[in-house]
Design a protein around this ligand. Structure first.
Ligand code: GUN
Length: 285
């Protein structure tokens, strides 16, 4: 039976350490979270981010704009937050309504305040193996692997999914940690076979319980990034947990695995952004 990787507990200890770090600062880091519209799942995420930020001493500024907000109006909000010295991090919850181009919005966020790590400059830095703000979910996965004591160097890692939010940055981080990385996706031939080669399998396709027990090598580490709501209301991952847990060496549950780590890493990025920007300002003054 696989060891259960307790993301909830690991995230709680990360948040506790962040509280201490924030308490030692001469200022309160500020995080702006923008939600356009009232999508129920997005609203839940935004409220969780807001609450978690306050709990570690970050000043959270939540902005809920109407669903018919124009791209120009959203860009104007971002310009104001870019210029606001009290704001260290800006997060625009995705997905956005159809009239707004997500890429235009992401590119408008100042790279030093881009706590999602989605700005093209931060994407390029990660791709080049340089230091920058790193997307929260893949960074949270790296911390889970580290806390579990999983060796990455030389390990065969398979990332299922190629999104800009998870799959691609996940692969870049695993590569930077000297894993041998494969990105598999919906068009991959023999997906089960690719997965069975993995020492570390990160599932981020957004398909409920698609990864079956037979796709997993005995003893492999399975990280489930998926959060899918079934018709009966149950929340499940991209991995069929009960089957997978019989084969894997270690596995994350859903919920209580990657989800809490994503939020903890957002808070960490906010503190990192605050320290970097304000130190830079001090040097310039
Ligand atoms: N929607 C789903 N995941 C994310 C995320 O990590 N950041 C933002 N801004 N929106 C999301």
């Amino acid at each position: 039976m696989a060891r259960r990787i307790d993301g909830k507990a690991i995230a709680a200890s990360l948040r506790a350490a962040l509280s201490v770090r924030v308490a030692g600062l001469a200022y309160r880091p500020g995080l702006a979270v923008i939600l356009v519209g009232k999508d129920p799942a997005s609203s839940v995420y935004v409220r969780s981010k807001d609450r978690a930020a306050r709990e570690v001493g970050i000043a959270a500024h939540s902005l809920n704009l109407p669903v018919d907000t124009s791209e120009a109006a959203l860009l104007a909000e971002i310009a104001a937050l870019n210029a606001d010295p009290a704001i260290d991090g800006i997060l625009v919850q995705l997905p956005l309504p159809g009239q707004i181009r997500a890429q235009a919005v992401i590119a408008a966020i100042h790279p030093t305040k881009d706590v999602d790590g989605f700005h093209p400059l931060n994407v390029a830095r990660l791709a080049n193996g340089e230091v920058g703000l790193v997307p929260c979910t893949p960074q949270g996965v790296m911390k889970l692997l580290a806390a579990t004591g999983i060796t990455l160097e030389g390990a065969r890692a398979v990332v299922l999914g190629r999104s800009a939010i998870v799959g691609r940055p996940m692969a870049a981080l695993l590569l930077a940690a000297n894993a041998t990385v494969t990105i598999a996706h919906s068009r991959t031939s023999d997906l089960p076979g690719e997965c069975r080669r993995a020492d570390i399998l990160v599932a981020a396709m957004g398909r409920a319980e698609m990864v079956r027990g037979g796709w997993i090598a005995p003893g492999a580490t399975v990280i489930d990034v998926g959060i899918n709501r079934l018709a009966d209301g149950r929340l499940v991952g991209d991995v069929a947990f009960a089957e997978a847990a019989l084969v894997a060496g270690a596995i994350t549950p859903v919920p209580g695995g990657v989800g809490p780590m994503t939020i903890a890493c957002l808070l960490e990025n906010t503190v990192v952004a605050a320290e970097a920007r304000r130190e830079n300002e001090n040097r310039e003054n």
